[in-house]
Write a protein that binds this ligand. Structure first.
Ligand SMILES: C[S@@+](CC[C@H](N)C(=O)[O-])C[C@H]1O[C@@H](n2cnc3c(N)ncnc32)[C@H](O)[C@@H]1O
Length: 244
């Protein structure tokens, strides 16, 4: 809401993001990544801005797909908790599992967005790792959520993520993931980059999933303000209902 602290922070974050996008010396590929990037861009801008809108969208989408407080949610690439600030209060104690490669993002999310009261009350669990070490969490997820991760990864890392998730999942785990869709396969950068866009076709996503043992359902448009599309990975098990 205009005038609130969060609104002002959001406008500031968006201004930094737009400035960083349009000034030639701060084009996506040249924007700093890692801890220096978080310090320079700020924890909201680093993950792409539109903090309130995209955070709420993530929460509302998963609830519409059947997420309930007793479920265990694995937020893959949780960043600075843009979605986490909505998921954590909603879920039962200890049922939010967040993993990200950038410790500074998680730390900023905890310190500036979530606050110590909610941490003490809901005890979310975090792992800092670039290697999808889901086995470090003590619980298996009912829902896995990869928002705006495959938009920044090359195929081998998407495969690694889905394969590690297959091992950490149970038979009814559902994984929702977003991606930038293109009509024809294109050549993406060879290495992951937090600010570059990686685009894939629907059938490429399906192949990545199949190679790791997942079946995929194309969900498509879900009103994402940056046009990311949604897919669902699930295990092909007889009797497993996909309806919420
Ligand atoms: C665009 S941000 C999205 C963050 C969060 N999902 C959100 O919606 O705010 C992409 C995130 O992916 C994380 N990331 C990239 N590669 C990763 C990896 N190999 N393992 C874990 N996190 C990764 C980045 O650190 C960053 O937080």
């Amino acid at each position: 809401m205009p005038g609130t602290k969060s609104y002002i922070a959001d406008v500031w974050s968006e201004t930094r993001r737009i400035t960083a996008t349009w000034l030639p010396w701060t084009a996506p590929g040249r924007r700093p990544v890692g801890p220096a990037g978080v310090a320079r861009l700020g924890h909201r801008s680093y993950v792409g801005g539109k903090w309130e809108a995209i955070g709420r969208l993530q929460y509302e989408f998963l609830v519409s797909q059947g997420l309930l407080p007793h479920h265990v949610l694995l937020d893959i690439a949780c960043g600075s908790l843009r979605g986490g600030v909505h998921f954590i209060p909603f879920l039962d104690v200890g049922h939010y599992l967040g993993i990200d490669k950038e410790e500074a993002l998680i730390a900023a999310g905890v310190a500036h967005e979530l606050g110590s009261e909610l941490i003490a009350l809901k005890r979310p669990q975090f792992v800092v790792s670039p290697a999808f070490e889901f086995e470090r969490f003590p619980l298996r997820p009912d829902f896995a959520w990869a928002h705006s991760l495959f938009t920044h990864l090359p195929q081998p890392l998407i495969h690694a993520c889905l394969e590690k998730l297959r091992q950490a999942a149970h038979r009814e785990t559902r994984c929702y993931a977003t991606f930038f869709e293109c009509g024809k396969p294109r050549v993406n950068p060879a290495a992951a980059h937090d600010h570059k866009a990686f685009l894939f076709t629907r059938s490429e996503l399906e192949q990545f999933g199949a190679a790791a043992g997942w079946r995929m359902k194309y969900v498509g448009d879900w009103n994402h303000p940056r046009g990311q599309k949604m897919v669902l990975f699930y295990e092909p098990v007889a009797g497993c209902s996909l309806n919420p």
